[in-house]
Design a protein. Structure first.
Length: 435
């Protein structure tokens, strides 16, 4: 009897999954535990391994379908078995499977669906993705030589990545462009951030007067983000406060730690300051549930990480109990796994507050949307030198940074929100208070 392949739950709080890619076509032989297909949720792309061994007799739900969990999406069986009377999207419970006398007499109910069903999108084997991750460059940069334009391991091993600064690579990933076509202005042709910004601003080479629009289908992750963000705005009373912070002491702290060969970022300091402030202001570290407000007695700060496919928020557990050095190590690891797509569902849940930073992209000040069910999110702008009037009325040039708190006014009033934001400002301007 053929084995049914169902849409898995994968331990996520999900009711459906978007089939992004079948890694096998109808008629292919499949081994137990071999990668079979990929699904997308509103947070992750997950590779699902086969739960059976044999021939992929029938793919019931093709790429691009959104399927409820536990619904049958394919059949795997033995050579010679035939699946009859299948009608997608719903599947009868009494689907019959029968033996035929000879494999030659077996009939295929449909042609194999190519692995690459979406033109213009690059796909790769799991092994190729792993090799690209090991070498630290995006799989999209690699030219494909596999069947149907599939990127395979040998393509990755033969690829020579373009020399580029870390910020240039980040900007290219966010902008969805390859560094291969960007002319570098750095030493020995190294691609720098301004080169990528110029490439992003330039009109596309294939733009024509006959093509006035580009239609990009919303995949599972993008549709999930859209639903979550629009739901956040409609379900909460979002209000905002902003403060300008003198980052002089944070700059000095970072320089001292750099001399001690301890690598930290300004975002690490901001996350720790937010965590300590949350511990002191439990009314901000809370969520709303129907007719009650639940204050959390633990502090888990999420950090927004941009990926080419959308925004994800990995979480630093018990952030307030960790040292700055510990947070720096955790954030670096979380950011790397998030961008590579190897982050786990558990690392994207249980957050009580979020920090989102666009300062590295040159944004001075912005307002963020709440990440439900959290009641607060901190938006961080760029650190820029500007003249400041000191208490003695003298003028000095200081590194200044805007921070903006978005909060749910149904849970938090304006005065407590301002007090919380003021505490973050106080800790950033005198980080010795963190000790």
């Amino acid at each position: 009897m053929a084995h049914k392949i169902i849409m898995p739950k994968q331990g996520l709080q999900m009711t459906e999954g978007y089939i992004a890619q079948w890694l096998k076509a109808e008629g292919d032989m499949v081994k137990l535990g071999e990668p079979l297909f990929e699904i997308e949720t509103d947070k992750l792309t997950i590779t699902i391994d086969s739960t059976a061994e044999g021939k992929l007799l029938k793919i019931v739900r093709p790429e691009g379908d959104t399927v409820p969990i536990t619904e049958v999406i394919a059949y795997i069986g033995e050579e010679g078995e035939v699946i009859e009377d299948i009608q997608a999207p719903s599947l009868p419970a009494d689907v019959s499977v029968k033996e035929v006398e000879s494999p030659k007499e077996s009939r295929r109910l449909s042609e194999p669906i190519p692995v690459l069903a979406q033109a213009g999108v690059k796909y790769a084997t799991p092994r190729a993705k792993m090799r690209a991750q090991e070498r630290g460059f995006p799989i999209e940069s690699v030219d494909a030589t596999g069947p149907d334009g599939l990127i395979i391991e040998r393509d990755v091993l033969a690829y020579k990545p373009v020399a580029a600064s870390p910020l240039a690579r980040k900007l290219a990933g966010l902008g969805g462009i390859s560094l291969d076509g960007v002319e570098g202005s750095g030493a020995r042709g190294k691609v720098m951030a301004p080169d990528v910004r110029q490439a992003l601003a330039a009109p596309s080479a294939d733009d024509t007067s006959d093509c006035l629009e580009t239609v990009i289908p919303m995949d599972g992750m993008r549709r999930g983000i859209a639903s979550t963000m629009s739901g956040s705005l409609s379900a909460t009373a979002q209000a905002n406060h902003s403060m300008l912070v003198d980052m002089s002491e944070c700059v000095r702290l970072r320089e001292r730690m750099k001399k001690a060969e301890i690598k930290i970022s300004f975002n690490d300091i901001i996350i720790l300051c937010a965590a300590r402030a949350l511990k002191e202001h439990p009314q901000v570290n809370a969520v709303r549930q129907e007719d009650s407000i639940v204050q959390k007695h633990y502090v888990n700060v999420g950090m927004a990480v941009a990926t080419p496919r959308g925004l994800l928020v990995p979480v630093i557990m018990d952030t307030d109990k960790k040292s700055l050095r510990e947070i720096a190590g955790i954030t670096a690891a979380l950011a790397e796994r998030t961008k590579k797509g190897t982050i786990t569902p558990d690392e994207l849940t249980q957050g009580t507050f979020t920090v989102t930073n666009l300062g590295m992209l040159g944004v001075d000040k912005f307002v963020a949307i709440l990440n439900p069910p959290e009641s607060g999110i901190l938006a961080v702008g760029a650190i820029k030198k500007q003249p400041v009037v000191l208490e003695d009325d003298s003028i000095a040039v200081r590194p200044m940074m805007w921070i903006t708190l978005t909060y749910d006014h149904c849970v938090i009033d304006g005065a407590p929100a301002a007090s919380f934001l003021g505490r973050i400002k106080e800790l950033l301007e005198d980080p010795i208070l963190l000790l």
